[in-house]
Design a protein around this ligand. Structure first.
Ligand SMILES: NC(=O)c1ccc[n+]([C@@H]2O[C@H](COP(=O)([O-])OP(=O)(O)OC[C@H]3O[C@@H](n4cnc5c(N)ncnc54)[C@H](OP(=O)(O)O)[C@@H]3O)[C@@H](O)[C@H]2O)c1
Length: 260
């Protein structure tokens, strides 16, 4: 039935960094498709407020967490388990960037960026292996989606050295996990956003929230990403329609990667 091809009814999802930005767009998309969704934010009040707002779309649980250490990932997994039980969908979205000229790019921009963008996603996969294995069925696998970036594939003028390296790392880690977890009926894919209007790209947009000239010209489809663009690919991957896709790197970028 095409009508339920994209339904996520009965699925439980965790979206890190789901209170704002791309994570919020993803969380709202999953809720609209019928999933129960848990979100994280470092700020408990923002996390609670976002979950309360999204409760209009479906069950949404707030789990505040600063995911910059492996211990925090263990703690988040424990709290998730107590509050929600099983897990069908893990979206590793929380991410950190750091931009600076090469001459002054600081040492502290390496460990902190790699921790949030690579180590914590891996640690969460490790923590949730038993839940994801339990929920993964032959025709309906459990899903892990790691949010990468076009900056991990293409050379962007961001001077975000540790960020682009971390995103290339999460793409490769996704492929490795896809291979290793296929026997457990868990798919793993990397979604590579281009430029979306979030706080991470605020410095690339003008006062009207439009991309500045250089950025506009850089995107073949001549616009920034919209909520439906990122929600659509994640809902697809998590639904019956996406059950046969694993180990993929999917750019959602208006053609930056594909039209090079
Ligand atoms: N915007 C784009 O155009 C774009 C392009 C390519 C890739 N991406 C990727 O998309 C993801 C979301 O970014 P965004 O654009 O939505 O930027 P954003 O609005 O700055 O959001 C970053 C998210 O990561 C969370 N986060 C950051 N550090 C964290 C930490 N130590 N512990 C827990 N959560 C942390 C933030 O949560 P709180 O601040 O609520 O704690 C927030 O939800 C990132 O992985 C980013 O690399 C974005």
């Amino acid at each position: 039935m095409v009508t339920d091809l994209f339904s996520l009814a009965g699925k439980k999802a965790l979206v890190t960094g789901g209170a704002q930005g791309l994570g919020r767009m993803i969380a709202e998309g999953l809720l609209r498709a019928g999933a129960d969704v848990a979100i994280t934010s470092r700020k408990p009040d923002i996390c609670a407020q976002a979950a309360a707002e999204m409760a209009a779309l479906g069950p949404c649980l707030a789990l505040p967490a600063d995911l910059s250490t492996p211990e925090a990932a263990v703690d988040l997994a424990d709290r998730y388990r107590q509050a929600a039980g099983g897990l069908d969908i893990l979206v590793n979205n929380a991410g950190k960037t750091w931009g600076a000229p090469i001459e002054s790019f600081p040492d502290k921009a390496w460990a902190s960026v790699m921790a949030v963008n690579v180590q914590t996603p891996f640690k969460l996969v490790q923590q949730f292996l038993s839940e994801l294995t339990a929920s993964g069925l032959g025709g309906d696998p459990a899903r892990i989606i790691n949010i990468g970036s076009v900056a991990g594939v293409a050379i962007e003028l961001l001077q975000a050295y540790s960020y682009s390296a971390s995103k290339a790392a999460i793409h490769q880690l996704s492929r490795q996990l896809a291979k290793d977890l296929a026997d457990r009926n868990i798919t793993v894919n990397a979604v590579l956003p281009g430029f979306f209007p979030t706080s991470m790209t605020a410095h690339l947009r003008d006062a009207d929230d439009a991309p500045t000239g250089a950025l506009q010209g850089h995107i073949p489809l001549r616009r920034l990403g919209r909520p439906d663009d990122i929600a659509g690919i994640v809902v697809f991957l998590c639904s019956r329609a996406g059950a046969y896709v694993t180990g993929a790197e999917i750019p959602v970028d208006g053609g930056i990667v594909g039209c090079r």
